[in-house]
Design a binder for this molecule. Sequence first.
Ligand SMILES: [Mg+2]
Length: 93
Amino acid sequence: MHPTLKTALDTFGAYAQTVVAIEELSELQKELCKAIRTGIGDPENRDHIAEEIADVYIMLEQMEALFDVSEDVPLYRIAKIDRLGKRLKENAK
Ligand SMILES: [Mg+2]
């Protein structure tokens, strides 16, 4: 975990940072909805989405630490990508 994010979690606490994580997820949702509404290729949407994705990654790193799942998440990620790949291969038949 990035040391600044560890300090943020220690300083602001589990409750506050969990609320911020939920807020940041909502902000990304809003930008994605806006992109669908106004145009996926709009460069302004691109910048806003990049910023909100960065915010979400920052908060997800803290949530991984808070819930002590940093070692589990990559395993789930690999398994889920593998499952998706198998589904795509099945669909291609
Ligand atoms: Mg944000």
